[in-house]
Write a protein that binds this ligand. Structure first.
Ligand SMILES: Nc1ncnc2c1ncn2[C@@H]1O[C@@H]2COP(=O)(O)O[C@H]2[C@H]1O
Ligand SMILES: [Zn+2]
Length: 954
């Protein structure tokens, strides 16, 4: 980031040459201005960072080293000192919203302020000052942006290395020492070096927030009993520890504008972690769950329970202007956050009440459940639509106006009006961060038996897969999908992959890091390729579950689509031949799919509510200028289902302006014996071009439960598209008409079909050519956790005979390179191996196995096999490898029987090799990318970073 900023400044200066000196002078003046007031508590680290072109950390630290006379005192080379702080700066992850170099600058400045306090200052030695400053500036060095529990939960190598104790802090101080060594400053310290390092270590370890209580109790006791004697080293050191702890959490004591900025940043980092946890199907830390908490709530709690107790004692100890000022800010800021929490609660209550009233009026006597569910829906909808605003809870919902009113009526499968295009991901993310929990969350709390919930629960509990609601798809942003608790298919990426800027703490090369980072952040160029991974993540959860009940839903949708295609193709001029009892032919056609056409609707579709006799259901048509734009249906137990015509869907303007004003207000009883659950209808896709093309081309016949049929049906729910507003509408038709198939519908492959396509090559029974056409292009639809399966998706075509070589002893395959089960998939051109997986996706797939080698028992085994070379298997492997290097198909074919003899089947042999290959590739992939701490504990030094070398010397 700072490099970019610096470059921009230079470019500007060069292009406007006359301004060059001005720029420099102006910049210097600004920096000097900020540094002159660096002792001043209302310090804004962001300002310093701006005026220094992103170099606030080294600028501040070198300045302070001069100011304290440390350079002179220790006879330090200023170039080395600059290098030291440049290394430290580089060790912070600029992609972390909070734990970046600006936080280090902020804490260092706070520490500087505390060191100026008379009670402390008069007793400090130069070494203590230096260690305090270095500890402050390095106290979060190489912070990965996630906390210790996350590292433990994801089996991060650091957690193992430091035995789950002060994992990050241990890493920070070690990294700090690495920088001292790397910059050669350590060399100049002579005999002081050891003491300096010990002090730095002890100070940084004290910042472990989980040790807060321990330090606080001790501090209280010292103060209560007046035990502190600043002449004693131990007491001074203890006070320095407390000072650093206070500096570390001093952002709540800054003036409101600065403090609020820090609060937002730290919460954003928490929420990111929550998103990662969700993606990994880990329990989402409540503090990190953007769906269930908000910035004001976090802040109010943190200020009250963490910051205030410590600063009250600190103030008791100092009792100076500074401590008084800090306490003033702290209390003022705390009141503000608490007020915002109250405001949030009030908004929530008001919103719910008003929405419930509106619903009561409009729907007329629906159950309480239903009304409040709608409330949630609307609330969520509004949040999706509202622009981000600085206030934590936007003023309540304009739910009475026409637009919102119409939204409510538009059919929604879960919680969000389907016709509402999703706002861009960033906006969504920001909005949700400070807003309401998702409706799903509330629904579970309040409506244990509601129909929506029933459906979702069923899918989740029976299938171990979360059925991602449209709401969560739309509202969650690229990295934000609802996670099922236990679905193994929902384990899309490794924790390592998720870390935003892999560095020392996460294992990767710099190239991979940047690529990975761009993958995980949706890529900067906005191309489909760069967006694909985001979809991929969401797609994980949108597979139609295997459970028959849910499949029926899709079948039903298809049935509806196929019957109504003609009708909907014409928009208002309906002409479906199947008629029903309703007065309007068009609505009859639509409704026949929903309600009355027994021939098309599977007979086992019933209302989810016991005792629902659908004859009570009612329909009504919604007209726009006399043209039917939608049909709504409801029954006594359920909410309204709206099916909209194509024209209505595509004509957003007319939808907004006049629809609700012109509805026909007649509720027409229906005589059908069956009820649709509203989830069966996916109005977004009804009447879309896609549906029409797909269905009318087959003469409106029902889809069969065949791979082709299932695949085709997928057009009814290409949910992966929903994470971008522009995808919500357009690509559906594109997808089904073929052109966009790869990208847009990738995620929509029915899981059973996908598995078929996986198993077929495995089963060694069929040739690639015999695979259904739709299977192959969609291979990339596999979830991340099928990495190994993905490799098997290679159209390995092998003879159908049991033995390698088949009848003529030679394996025949068009693609020779894929024929060899030992060929290294990772080294092949990606396009060839997985034509529909982007490089970035592929990278993520590959890195799935990136658990640190020494911590992964699986890899350890493979490690032994690969390295020892003293058992039969490894000898076998070597033989095969030798053959691979020289042999063609014939050689390979013969090697099969040679290696395993006649008694071993080809399948067995091949399975073995594939399994081993996967393990070894994972290992090979990871070689050379061992993390710093692994380097320190293994003997494989790879100076990928200079810091590594420094630490190695430790
Ligand atoms: N304003 C804040 N709100 C919530 N948590 C905070 C805030 N400031 C600091 N923290 C937490 O307190 C921790 C102190 O140590 P760290 O800087 O490692 O990480 C910090 C955050 O986890
Ligand atoms: Zn910190």
């Amino acid at each position: 980031m700072h490099k970019r900023r610096r470059k921009r400044l230079t470019t500007r200066s060069l292009t406007q040459e006359p301004a060059l000196l001005d720029d420099i002078h102006h910049g210097q003046v600004q920096v000097q201005c900020v540094l002159d007031r660096v002792w001043h508590w209302p310090f804004n680290a962001f300002t310093l960072d701006t005026v220094t072109g992103g170099r606030s950390l080294p600028v501040l630290c070198v300045h302070l080293f001069h100011w304290y006379g440390l350079i002179d005192h220790f006879n330090l080379d200023v170039v080395r000192v600059w290098k030291l702080f440049t290394l430290v700066e580089a060790g912070y992850h600029s992609t972390n919203p909070y734990h970046n170099s600006i936080h280090a600058t902020d804490v260092t400045q706070a520490m500087h302020c505390f060191l100026q306090e008379e009670k402390i200052k008069m007793h400090l030695t130069p070494l203590e000052i230096m260690s305090s400053l270095i500890a402050a500036v390095t106290h979060d060095l190489d912070h990965p942006g996630v906390n210790q529990p996350f590292l433990i939960a994801t089996s991060n190598h650091l957690a193992a290395l430091y035995e789950n104790t002060s994992v990050l802090e241990n890493h920070h101080w070690r990294s700090a020492i690495g920088c001292l060594l790397e910059s050669s400053v350590a060399e100049q310290l002579g005999t002081c070096r050891l003491e300096l390092e010990q002090q730095i270590s002890s100070l940084i370890l004290a910042t472990d927030i989980t040790r807060q209580q321990e330090f606080l109790s001790r501090f209280k006791r010292y103060l209560d009993q007046n035990l502190l004697d600043m002449h004693r080293f131990e007491d001074r050191h203890f006070i320095l520890q407390i000072a650093l702890k206070c500096a570390d959490i001093s952002n709540p004591c800054r003036p409101w504008d600065v403090s609020r900025k820090w609060s937002q940043k730290v919460c954003e980092e928490f929420f990111r972690q929550g998103d990662y946890e969700r993606q990994l199907n880990l329990p989402v830390t409540s503090l990190c769950d953007r769906q269930s908490t908000s910035v004001p709530k976090i802040q109010a709690g943190f200020f009250r329970f963490v910051v205030s107790p410590l600063f009250e004692e600190w103030h008791r100890f100092l009792k100076t202007d500074l401590s008084t000022l800090m306490m003033g800010h702290l209390r003022g800021n705390q009141s503000r956050w608490e007020a915002l929490v109250q405001q949030e609660l009030a908004e929530e209550t008001r919103t719910e009440i008003s929405d419930a009233e509106v619903l009561d009026e409009e729907i007329g006597g629906n159950s309480e459940e239903e009304a409040v569910t709608e409330t949630d829906d609307i609330t969520a909808s509004v949040e999706l639509l509202l622009p981000d605003s600085p206030s934590p809870r936007r003023p309540s919902l304009p739910c009475h106006n026409n637009e919102m009113d119409s939204m409510k009526r538009v059919g929604r499968r879960h919680s969000v009006p389907l016709s509402v295009p999703c706002p861009p991901p960033i906006t969504r993310t920001i909005i949700r961060r400070e807003s309401l929990p998702v409706a799903e969350h509330r629904a579970q709390r309040r409506y244990p038996s509601g129909p929506i919930l029933q459906l979702e629960e069923e899918a989740e509990t029976q299938l171990g897969q979360s059925s991602l609601s449209l709401l969560s798809t739309c509202s969650s942003g690229p990295h934000h999908s609802s996670g099922g608790a236990s679905g193994q298919d929902n384990r899309p990426v490794s924790a390592e992959n998720l870390l935003p800027e892999p560095s020392i703490t996460s294992i990767t090369t710099s190239t991979e890091a940047s690529r990975l980072s761009s993958v995980l952040h949706g890529g900067g160029n906005g191309t489909a390729a760069s967006l694909a991974p985001s979809r991929f993540l969401i797609r994980q959860q949108t597979f139609p579950p295997l459970q028959p009940y849910v499949r029926i839903r899709y079948m039903s949708t298809t049935a509806e689509m196929s019957t109504c295609s003609e009708v909907l193709a014409e928009g208002a001029s309906y002409s479906n031949s199947s008629s029903s009892s309703t007065s309007d032919h068009a609505s009859a056609a639509t409704l026949s799919c929903q309600v009355s056409d027994q021939a098309e609707v599977p007979s086992n579709l019933t209302c989810s509510k016991n005792g629902c006799a659908t004859p009570n259901g009612k329909i009504r048509t919604l007209r726009d200028n006399g043209r039917i734009c939608a049909v709504e249906q409801k029954c006594v137990n359920e909410k309204v289902v709206t099916v909209r015509s194509k024209r209505e869907q595509t004509d957003a303007a007319s939808e907004k302006s006049s629809k609700m004003a012109k509805i026909s207000d007649s509720w027409t009883p229906q005589n059908s014996g069956h009820r649709w659950e509203k989830e069966n209808v996916d109005p977004q896709y009804i009447g879309s071009d896609a549906d029409l093309g797909a269905n009318s081309s087959r003469g409106g016949s029902l889809h069969k439960n065949t791979p082709q049929g299932l695949a085709q049906r997928r057009g009814s729910a290409p949910v992966g598209l929903l994470n971008r507003s522009d995808d919500c509408i357009v690509p559906v038709s594109l997808a089904l008409r073929g052109g966009g198939d790869r990208f847009l519908r990738r995620g929509s492959v029915p899981i059973d079909v996908t598995r078929q396509s996986i198993l077929r090559p495995l089963g060694l029974k069929e040739n690639t050519a015999s695979l259904p056409r739709h299977c192959m292009p969609r291979r990339s639809s596999l979830p991340y956790d099928t990495t190994t399966l993905t490799s098997l998706l290679d159209p390995l075509t092998v003879p159908t005979g049991d033995k390698a070589g088949g009848s003529d002893g030679i394996i025949k395959d068009v693609h020779y390179r894929r024929l060899d089960p030992l060929s290294n998939i990772f080294t092949r051109p990606l396009e060839e191996a997985l034509p529909h997986v982007t490089n970035q996706q592929y990278l993520v797939n590959v890195r799935q196995d990136s658990v640190p080698v020494d911590l992964n028992p699986e890899l350890r085994i493979s490690n032994g096999l690969g390295r020892n070379g003293n058992n039969s298997k490894s000898r076998t492997r070597k033989k095969v490898l030798r053959r691979r290097s020289s042999g063609g198909p014939e050689m390979f074919a013969s090697s099969g029987s040679e290696l395993f003899g006649d008694g071993v089947s080809w399948q067995h042999w091949r399975r073995e090799l594939l399994a081993r290959r996967t393990r070894e590739q994972a290992l090979a992939k990871r070689r050379g990318s061992l993390p710093i701490d692994m380097l320190a504990t293994t003997n494989s030094v790879r100076p990928a970073r200079r810091i590594y070398c420094s630490l190695w010397r430790l």
